[in-house]
Design a binder for this molecule. Structure first.
Ligand code: FES
Length: 320
């Protein structure tokens, strides 16, 4: 099986905000689509204008019970490499390849209550979870922060949940969600799920780490646009053990390059969340984009998450 076994066709689009478009996708051959669980995403291989190939992941918005179509929402990232633009420019009827639905952000089966927290376009998996929990009559609440009411994707859908609270911060994080208060308001069997920008997830991880509660009750997912930057430049990595040198181009990661070189690195989330891919840095300056290393580790510059972080220097020497 290839990485992208599904053949989908764009059936319909809908503007959710000036920058966010919902895309409805159906099987190109009209067949039934594979079922998925809330929190799942699809991965799409995309070709950029300059010929480069990249992959982007988008969460599914339905609760997992609509096998005749999938819905995703794509936020145009003017500062990005062009992946979101490629998705926005798809024409109705155009076909595209996709992975099967994958879920690395699943609801916990043993939770008493689920607290769903979304920042911006991070609402997509959160909405999927909320729809599922509402349909199953399970205990949950939603906290959703966006810049303004007009820039809030799926506002009506979220407001339809009686336990939803929306906050508009006008771009000022100080007016955003009070995560410490949200965490403190719940018992030890509550699970928390966050999807949003890197700063929000980083703050949540930091606050939660100081609480006397099982760390396994915090689940989070970054969205891709939050870590990709248009100013990303190529840099070299040098393997300390045998001196081999490779170039990491924008749109690829150190981890991608190591895998392609046949090095067999260990990794898991590929989103800077688990820390499993971290390696020691012998020389050079990392550009940290993960949410798992501590502030001290990041400032020390001696370790890097290869799945997401890049380099501020032209070269990084890695202890591999
Ligand atoms: S694989 Fe999880 S942080 Fe890199």
């Amino acid at each position: 099986m290839t990485d992208y076994p599904l053949r989908l066709r764009l059936a319909k689009t809908r503007a959710l905000t000036p920058r966010i478009k919902a895309l409805t996708l159906q099987a190109a051959d009209g067949s039934t689509l594979p079922l998925f669980t809330p929190g799942s995403h699809l991965r799409f291989p995309l070709s950029l204008a300059d010929g480069r190939q990249i992959e982007r992941a988008y969460s599914l918005v339905h609760a997992g019970n609509a096998p005749d179509c999938y819905e995703i929402a794509v936020q145009l990232e003017p500062e990005g490499l062009g992946g979101s633009r490629a998705m926005h420019e798809l024409a109705i009827g155009q076909e595209l390849a996709s992975s099967l639905p994958q879920n690395e952000f699943a609801l916990a089966a043993d939770a008493d209550r689920h607290v769903l927290i979304a920042g911006g376009i991070g609402v997509t998996p959160i909405l999927s979870m909320a729809r599922y929990l509402a349909a199953k009559d399970l205990s949950f609440e939603v906290h959703y922060v966006a810049r303004t009411p007009e820039l809030t994707a799926y506002r009506d859908e979220v407001e339809a949940f009686t336990t939803a609270k929306l906050v508009f911060d006008e771009g000022d994080p100080a007016r955003g969600l009070d995560l410490a208060t949200i965490f403190a308001a719940h018992g030890p069997k509550t699970h928390f799920y966050l999807c949003g920008p890197q700063k929000m997830i980083g703050a949540a991880v930091k606050i939660f780490a100081q609480l006397d509660r099982p760390q396994s009750c915090l689940h989070y997912e970054l969205f891709a646009g939050s870590v990709e930057r248009s100013g990303d430049a190529a840099f070299d990595i040098v393997l300390q053990q045998d001196g081999r040198r490779f170039t990491v181009h924008p749109g690829t990661t150190i981890l991608d390059v190591l895998i392609e070189a046949g090095i067999d690195p260990i990794y898991d989330c590929r989103r800077g969340e688990c820390g499993i891919c971290a390696v020691q840095v012998c020389a050079g300056t990392p550009d940290h984009r993960d949410v798992t290393l501590s502030e001290r580790e990041k400032a020390g510059g001696k370790v890097i998450c290869t799945c997401i972080s890049r380099a501020k220097s032209a070269e990084l020497v890695l202890d591999i």
